[in-house]
Design a binder for this molecule. Sequence first.
Ligand SMILES: [Zn+2]
Length: 71
Amino acid sequence: MIIIPIWLADSLEEEKVGAKESFCPVCDRPVIFSVMRLRRKRMLFSVINLSTKDVGTFLVCPSCGGTYPLP
Ligand SMILES: [Zn+2]
């Protein structure tokens, strides 16, 4: 078990980095996906940023809201 002190908090941050046209299997048609980058920030007292780590980049369908890994 890992105990995280309350003055240390991880938060996830999403940032739109672009757009990409691809086929959405849920909508069953090609859509313009939003390319989102997810980052994990470790904050001290919610003010001081200790580290920022890229978690990954994924696509978000604006029509159905589905998320897919970047091919
Ligand atoms: Zn979709």
